[in-house]
Each structure stands twice: as C-alpha cells, then as structure tokens.
Design a protein around this ligand. Structure first.
Ligand SMILES: [Zn+2]
Length: 421
C-alpha cells in the first residue's frame, strides 16, 4: 500500500514528456530524477543540466534530437548536485564544450580528497535508503523529486567539471537567445539560475519544484541556508516569469501562477524559520517545536507544498541545528545516557523486559512502538521484526517519498539481519 496522494504526485509530475516552454525552449520531464532543458539557438543548442546517469542522458538527447540536429554548443549546470551533472559526457557527443557553472560550484564528485574524515559509509547507506535503491517497484513508488522508475546504468558516471566559472550575475548570448545567469543560493549555495528575459522563461534549478522544499535531506546534508533560499525565491518572483521550468517536476505556465508558487513557497520557508525561532525563544523542546508545526491556512492546501519531498517538521529541526547547533537549551541534554542505560531504566520502570515487550505489542501509537522496539533491541531482545513491521505500517500512510523509502529500506535490512542470524 502507498499513500494515494504520493502515488498521484508521482503519476502526474513525473510522466515522461518533452514539454515546449516556448518556441525553441524545451524541458525533458520524467526521464531521470531531475529535468533537463534545451535552448535552441540559430545554429546550435544549449543544454541546461544533464541528469544523474549516462543512460538517462542518452534517452533525453535522443528525444531532443527528434526536434533538432543542431550541435550542442555549451552546457550550463544550475548547481552541483549529482542528479544534474552526471550525464554531461553524453551531451558533449565526443567533443569538448564549455561547461558553465557558478564560481561557488562545489561537488563531492569532483576534486574531493578521500583522506578527509567524514561519515561516508553512513551517507552512502542513508542515500540508498532515501532513494529506495534495491526496493521493489511496489515498494518504491516515488523518489519525491523524480519518477520511481528510471534508468540506473551509468549512474554518476558522466560528470565533467565546469570549465567556465561565473563570478557574478551576467548576460550571455546563447547563439541568438539572450540569457541572464543569476546567482541565487537556495537548495545549494552554488545555485545559478537561467533567465530568458525575452521569452520570460525561468529555469530555477532546485530552488523550486512541485513539493515542499527539501530544506533538510534525510540522507544527511549540511545546513541549507533557509534565509538565503527565501530571499532567492523573492528575487525569482520579481523577475516576472511567465514560464517556470524547475529542476524536478513539471513546468508551471502563466505569470500569476508562477508568482504564486514562488511566493507561497517562500512563505512556507519563512514560516518554518519563524515557528522554530519562536519555539526556541520560548524554551520549547525540539520535539514540541517539530510536533507543533503547521503551515498557515492561507498556504496549507497549496498542492505544490505537499510534503512529497521535504517535510516541515524535519525543516524545523534543520533550522534549529543550523542556527544554534545541537544543544536545545535544556541542560538535561548536556549529559548523556547510552541507549542501553536508558533502555534498562525503561524496562525497570515498565516492570521488566517482558512488560516492555507487551507494551510494544499492544500500543496503537506506531511512533511509540518504534521507540519501545529500540529499547528492546538495545537490551538484546529480539524486536527487529516488530520494528520492521511497524516501519512498513508507517510507510503505507506516509506522504513523503524519502521517508517512505527509508522506512521500507530499513525494514528490509532488519528482516535480512534476522534471516542471517
Ligand atoms: Zn535536483
């Protein structure tokens, strides 16, 4: 089972299509986790973003080639995320091309030192969980930002480092099409959006997509600057675009609608910041801040703010840790109880591990059941299968694709653990 709203989002936003934004400008949707764009000039084309795999890039290029045979003159990266830069070799078609990106461009695929101490294995595991790598098609019904079903061949294989770095906002002639490259930090600090002022087409990268913004990605990300993202959305709204072609999900048409999606998404980010700051100022616990967050009525029902990808409660936690760090102001949390010690105390309080087990079996509160399972597992009791079943039950209702995938991926891992024991 899967949440019907999540299924609907996947079906409507990620159906394969080449969308004409205006004469000569096209977006490929549904061929990869991200979208790719083609701008046709007098005798050449410009490609914006290149997908996450060479296989997806080949499929997209084949579609673009049905429209024009003009050679690719340049590639522009909106930002450094893997799902936008990893099909570049395909679009170069054997040649060398200008690859244009913000001077702030920074990718872990390029030029990173392996000797840096970092939790790489944890990131890898959590990334697989978030995207449901290895789950069945019935389990992985969406990526939240892209179609559940996409080619995996050549994943991450076709990236090319940018060779033309842009320091400041500038105008660029794309073979007869006037473009402005605008620095707009948001989902990443190195976002550079492409604005075609004559066609009023805006390509904002991942600073907007049809889902609640992923202000904190559960695979593990450093702090994403909420205030900068909100500011950039205002700047983008003020351009007066008539077409918005995001880095994920379908394009949006019509000046009023484009303005509405950008300004309401900005309002959602500002609301998370305000709610969290107010809660922290009032001395609330992080759990209470996260549990109490609700979007204001004026924007709560906007379909593009559905929590298919990002989630408001995670964002609140992200803002709190991104601004004041992990300490929440409650001195209880300055000390540390190990999981085992806490579990022992809980078992004693409950009247023994059997009572704890019974409580886990009998509660209808699935979140509480998970917490009881963790205590039992910390005590060496076998609660792995109960935890797996609870994760699967949560996944059935979950509207957020990354949460659903993670629940199911971790449930599979627990069941495997028990089978292997
Ligand atoms: Zn992306």
């Amino acid at each position: 089972m899967a949440n019907p709203a999540l299924l609907h989002h996947n079906k409507t936003q990620f159906a394969k299509s080449i969308v004409e934004l205006c004469p000569g400008v096209y977006t490929a949707v549904g061929y990869a986790a991200s979208t790719q764009h083609m701008i046709e000039g007098a005798s050449s084309i410009t490609i914006i973003d290149t997908s996450e795999s060479t296989a997806a890039a080949e499929n997209v290029l084949a579609e673009f080639r049905k429209i024009t045979r003009k050679p690719v003159a340049r590639i522009i990266y909106t930002h450094s995320h893997r799902d936008h830069i990893s099909g570049a070799t395909v679009f170069c078609e054997g040649g060398e091309l200008p690859i244009i990106a913000s001077a702030a461009f920074s990718s872990d695929l390029i030029g990173k030192d392996d000797s840096t101490i970092a939790p790489g294995q944890a990131l890898n595991r959590r990334t697989q969980a978030q995207f449901g790598i290895g789950l069945s098609p019935q389990q992985r019904v969406s990526l939240g930002c892209g179609p559940s079903d996409r080619p995996m061949k050549g994943m991450g294989a076709g990236h090319i480092p940018p060779n033309q770095l842009i320091e400041n906002d500038c105008e660029m002639d794309l073979d007869g099409v006037r473009a402005q490259l605008i620095m707009a930090p948001g989902e990443t600090a190195d976002h550079m959006v492409v604005w075609l002022p004559d066609q009023k087409v805006l390509i904002p990268g991942d600073n907007w997509y049809h889902a609640f913004p992923n202000l904190y990605a559960i695979r593990g990300t450093p702090y994403r600057d909420f205030a900068a993202w909100a500011d950039s959305l205002l700047l983008l709204a003020e351009l007066g675009a008539e077409v918005l072609a995001p880095g994920h999900t379908l394009p949006v048409f019509g000046a009023d609608r484009v303005n509405e999606v950008l300004t309401t998404t900005r309002a959602a980010i500002v609301h998370v910041m305000q709610h969290t700051a107010d809660g922290m100022n009032a001395g609330l616990s992080m759990d209470d801040i996260a549990a109490g967050i609700e979007l204001p009525a004026a924007i709560a029902d906007k379909p593009w703010l559905g929590e298919f990808y990002g989630k408001a409660s995670w964002s609140a936690r992200g803002f709190a840790t991104g601004t004041l760090g992990w300490y929440d102001g409650n001195p209880t949390h300055l000390g540390t109880l190990s999981s085992g010690a806490r579990a022992s105390h809980m078992a004693r309080l409950a009247g023994g591990t059997d009572a704890l087990q019974k409580a886990a079996d009998n509660t209808d509160d699935l979140q509480w059941r998970l917490e009881l399972c963790d205590h039992l597992i910390a005590l060496g009791e076998s609660a792995e299968l109960l935890k797996a079943a609870t994760l699967e039950a949560l996944a059935d209702d979950e509207i957020n694709a990354t949460a659903r995938n993670t629940y199911l991926w971790e449930a599979e891992r627990l069941k495997q653990q028990v089978a292997d024991a």
